[in-house]
Design a protein around this ligand. Structure first.
Ligand code: ATP
Ligand code: MG
Length: 519
């Protein structure tokens, strides 16, 4: 025999020895595994027979690592919601029980990431494993564990912070027709949390991939991804994934809240969520009710939004503020899903397409918007100026329609309309440009002192900008007072008003030539 054959024999011997060793080390054990069979598959749904022990909401494993959730437990089988593409599932496929409910990775490792509701990365980054997981469906905090909403959550939008303030732990609905700036309001609020010690979750539900990509790009560009987690179930995903997305996102948020952090969560949008649930329910042959939605449609949203709260100090004092978004059709806020959500939440921001067309952006209709708890959390420095503002603006909105007919107006009415037009001009704001507290207070104080009233409307944009720029000169100690629980002293108010007056000195009052008034 030659040397090559010797070598081969020796290699075979050592491999055999390895196999022998492995066989000795192996102790056979019995593991009981319940398996069922796929009896029927339709879009997003499978019927499985032969799993009598499966529990409600239990995760079932299909071939190809596809998970499903046991949704309908009937005597002759189970209706399963598939959490992925149904195309690979065939009748007769084996289905295994997992003995657990759907859960998701939670923790600081998620910040800056974009993931799907199953916790799989969508940003091309490494697989996500934070070492901690929470079920996606969890009971909300009990009444005794909750504390009143007492700290404002600044949105950076003048009109919201002044007239419809939001508190940490509040649920504020953003409602409006399509393309009225709903997502922009939520994104601006996230951008404004930079440096505020508030973590943010943006949950895209059934949105177009292009709009989600735009949101993520905006968040990245403005440095907001550092403190944000994005959970995405796109419109093209399985309805099961779309349905579980907000629950998964809420568990991620709750983990932070229970660690004592302040968290903001945006659900964009719950109309798509309701539609996905309707689709699943109809496919599962649950009886349809109003607008073909199933009977428990109110419950799926209330149990989601009840999880947003402000925890008591004994539970760590964290908070979860929710901004659910709802899309209306032809401004019908009395449709089924919008009325449900309005009754569940603590107020709504209503976006009007007619204001949007007029270029009043953000297109918030102040008359139809309300914040039921946030106004109690508003800082005294704001409250001192916004009371009058709200009244003046409401009066203006009422009279505005008369003015449109070219009716002759008496001086008093004219003054109210002029002032209202300037309030509206001051509350306009471009997107992706949140305004800080000192600049907001300076503009609001200038408005309440009617410093803008003599200026022509055409100059309002520059005048408002000048007052905001002047706010940079407000001393840091005074800026801190704005955010404290103390009322502003008269001298402090006067100092800010003097700054605003100075900034407006270069603008010409109506009917005067700017050059003539310059010194
Ligand atoms: P959809 O119904 O498609 O979800 P939406 O209601 O979420 O739309 P956005 O996508 O936020 O609306 O905004 C619609 C358009 O209005 C966008 O092109 C956006 O750039 C513009 N827009 C929104 N807010 C402002 C603003 N304050 N200033 C200028 N443009 C704005
Ligand atoms: Mg949107």
């Amino acid at each position: 025999m030659n040397a090559a054959t010797d070598g081969l024999l020796a290699a075979c011997e050592s491999a055999l020895a390895g196999v022998r060793q492995a066989r000795q080390a192996f102790t056979p054990g019995l593991s009981l595994r319940e398996t069922g069979t796929v009896a029927q598959v339709v879009t997003g749904i499978a019927r499985v027979s032969g799993l009598p022990g499966a529990g409600q909401d239990e995760l079932l494993l299909f071939p190809g690592d596809l998970y499903g959730m046991a949704f309908n437990l009937d005597e002759d089988g189970i209706g399963v919601v598939l959490l992925g593409d149904h195309a690979g599932v065939r009748v007769g496929d084996r289905v295994r029980r997992t003995g657990r409910v759907m859960d998701i990775a939670v923790g600081d490792g998620l910040l800056g990431r974009v993931l799907d509701p199953l916790g799989r990365p969508l940003d091309g980054g490494a697989a996500i494993d934070t070492g901690q997981r929470l079920p996606i469906e969890r009971p909300a905090a009990s009444i005794m564990d909750r504390a009143p909403v007492g700290i404002p959550l600044q949105s950076g939008l003048k009109v919201v912070d002044a007239l419809i303030p939001i508190g940490r732990g509040q649920r504020e609905l953003v409602v409006g027709d399509r393309q009225t700036g709903k997502t922009s309001i939520a994104i601006d609020t996230i951008l404004n949390q930079r440096g505020q010690d508030v973590l943010c979750i943006y949950c895209a539900i059934g949105q177009r991939a292009s709009s989600v990509a735009r949101v993520v790009a905006n968040l990245r560009e403005h440095g907001a991804m550092e403190y944000t987690v994005v959970v995405v179930a796109a419109g093209s995903d399985a309805p099961g994934l779309v349905y579980i997305a907000p629950y998964a996102a809420t568990s991620i948020a709750e983990h932070f809240m229970e660690a004592g952090r302040d968290v903001l969560i945006v659900y964009d949008d719950l109309t798509q969520h309701a539609r996905a649930y309707r689709e699943l329910s109809l496919l599962l042959r649950r009886p349809p009710g109003r607008e073909a939605f199933p009977g428990d449609i109110f419950y799926i949203h209330s149990r989601l939004l009840e999880r947003a709260t402000h925890l008591s100090d004994e539970r760590g004092g964290g908070s979860l503020t929710a901004l659910p978004i709802i899309e209306t059709e032809a401004q019908d806020i009395s449709a089924y899903i919008p009325t449900n959500l309005i009754s569940i939440t603590d107020g709504q921001i209503y976006l009007s397409p007619s204001l949007f067309e007029l270029g009043v952006l953000p297109a918030i209709d102040v008359g139809k918007s309300v914040s039921r708890v946030g106004s109690k959390a508003q800082r005294p420095s704001y409250r001192a100026v916004t009371g009058d503002l709200k009244l003046a603006y409401a009066q203006f909105e009422e009279l505005e329609n008369f003015a449109r007919f070219g009716t002759r107006l008496d001086d008093g009415t004219r003054r109210i309309i002029d002032h209202g037009e300037r309030i509206r001009a001051c509350l306009k704001q471009p997107e992706l440009a949140p305004v800080g507290v000192p600049a907001q207070i300076a503009v609001l104080l200038a408005l309440s002192q009617r410093l803008f009233d003599p200026l022509p409307l055409a100059q309002m944009a520059q005048a408002e900008r000048a007052v905001r720029d002047a706010a940079a000169m407000i001393p840091a100690a005074l800026c801190r007072r704005f955010e404290s629980d103390h009322k502003l002293a008269d001298a402090e108010r006067d100092a800010v008003i003097a700054l605003a007056r100075q900034a407006l000195a270069g603008f010409a009052p109506t009917g005067q030539d700017p050059k003539a008034s310059a010194p």
